[in-house]
Design a protein around this ligand. Structure first.
Ligand code: C5P
Length: 223
């Protein structure tokens, strides 16, 4: 059991997938279960933090003792995050946010035609990038789920999105990624430090993450 070392800290966590409507009965989403983000929210709560959990649709039980904000679309998640950002000390963006969304949302169920259907997608707003632009004193942690060139992509994301730390995971690795109860991740800091964690439960990953965040907030190097 860890001490209440996040007491007095306000932690904003995002979790789960997003859902982008195509028409009233169809949407675009991904395989995110929300397990990683919920484990992060619970770890922060158990270590004494005041937690806001912004969650896309999941099958998980809402954790006790956190402020829970249910969202569906990227835009809803964006709005909820921007509302809570100024009052947060640590932001952990573990949600699997859609990069694209349908250009038009049809008001009625689309009818089947004879030929193929082309769905036009627009870029969705990048929540994490916007946090990186707006942040003042917040410590911001992003996630990088990749299937190739993991560390290279994660490092460039730290720069592009102005992050303090990133959690990189190869979602194709055994015991890692979406839906799994375990994860295999690498923590990378802005200063270029890198810690490869072994396969751990998502709760253990969450606790290691906060250990690393607290070390960085106290300006100590990671070991
Ligand atoms: O660039 P990429 O989408 O792979 O980066 C993943 C990270 O960015 C995650 O932390 C995710 O929550 C965040 N993200 C976001 N808004 C988006 C896309 C990704 O906040 N539209």
């Amino acid at each position: 059991v860890r001490p209440l070392d996040l007491h007095g800290k306000r932690v904003l966590v995002t979790a789960g997938p997003t859902r982008e409507k195509i028409d009233p009965v169809r949407y675009i989403t991904n395989h995110a279960s929300g397990k990683m983000g919920y484990a992060i929210a619970e770890a922060a709560r158990d270590r004494g933090a005041e937690v806001v959990l912004v969650s896309g649709p999941t099958a998980l039980k809402k954790p006790d003792g956190v402020r829970f904000v249910a969202v569906e679309s990227v835009q809803e998640m964006f709005d909820a995050v921007m509302e809570h950002l100024p009052k947060s000390d640590i932001v952990v963006k573990s949600a699997a946010v859609s990069d694209y969304r349908p250009k038009t949302v049809h008001a009625h169920k689309m009818k089947k035609g004879d030929g193929p259907l082309v769905l036009e997608l627009d870029k969705a707003p990048d929540i994490l990038k916007t946090i990186g632009e707006r942040k003042t004193t917040q410590f911001v942690v992003g996630f990088a789920a990749e299937t190739q060139d993991l560390i290279k992509h994660a490092k460039s994301k730290v720069e592009r999105k102005n992050l303090d730390m990133i959690v990189a995971n190869n979602v194709l690795a055994e015991g890692a990624g979406m839906g799994s109860d375990t994860n295999v991740v690498t923590l990378l800091t802005r200063a270029g430090e890198q810690v490869d964690l072994e396969k751990l439960s998502k709760r253990e990953v969450a606790d290691k993450l906060f250990d690393a965040v607290l070390l960085k907030l106290s300006e100590r190097p990671l070991s």
